[in-house]
Design a protein around this ligand. Structure first.
Ligand code: FES
Length: 164
């Protein structure tokens, strides 16, 4: 026999939210969420690609200055000297006379191959796609869109350094 003196349990309205536009998941709202997740994912992936290409196309060398060699080892007005270093960077060093040096990155600005020196034409030649640069690093021919970057350098004592 039920006891009429016991009150009914309280309603727990908060535990059972009413169906509203925010709580009802329809195929359309699920599709919208999927679309927004796709947009956010594409934006993040796009930002990563842009950052990677920027770092690749505009490399910045950071670190201590790197000794290229004794100044006396670079004869004035001689063809450029190509010097690899331990970081796979390659430098072109020209002694332009009067204590003036031109230090270029010898990595092709098209896709990063090491350029060589073509003494017959007095040009840098990239073996990958036949890009050519003049003595100052300016593009003469081929696919590279930018000149060989000139690098900051200094002489300390009797040694030429490329700056970090
Ligand atoms: S990498 Fe040098 S021309 Fe393509």
């Amino acid at each position: 026999m039920p006891n009429d003196n016991i009150p009914p349990p309280p309603r727990r309205a908060a535990a059972y939210p009413r169906d509203t536009a925010e709580t009802v998941s329809t195929p359309r709202s699920r599709a919208r969420r999927q679309f927004l997740k796709g947009i956010v994912g594409a934006a993040v992936a796009g930002a990563a690609v842009v950052y990677g290409w920027t770092a690749y196309l505009f490399p910045t060398r950071r670190g201590p200055a790197h000794a290229l060699g004794p100044v006396a080892g670079f004869a004035p007005h001689a063809p450029p000297t190509l010097l690899p270093d331990a970081d796979n960077a390659v430098y072109s060093v020209q002694n332009r006379g009067g204590g003036e040096f031109l230090v270029l990155s010898a990595l092709c600005t098209h896709q990063g191959c090491n350029v060589g020196w073509d003494g017959a034409k007095d040009q840098f030649l990239c073996p990958c796609h036949e890009g050519r640069f003049d003595l100052s690093g300016k593009v003469v021919n081929g696919p590279p869109g930018r000149p060989l970057p000139a690098l900051a350098h200094h002489v300390a004592g009797a040694t030429l350094f490329v700056d970090g």
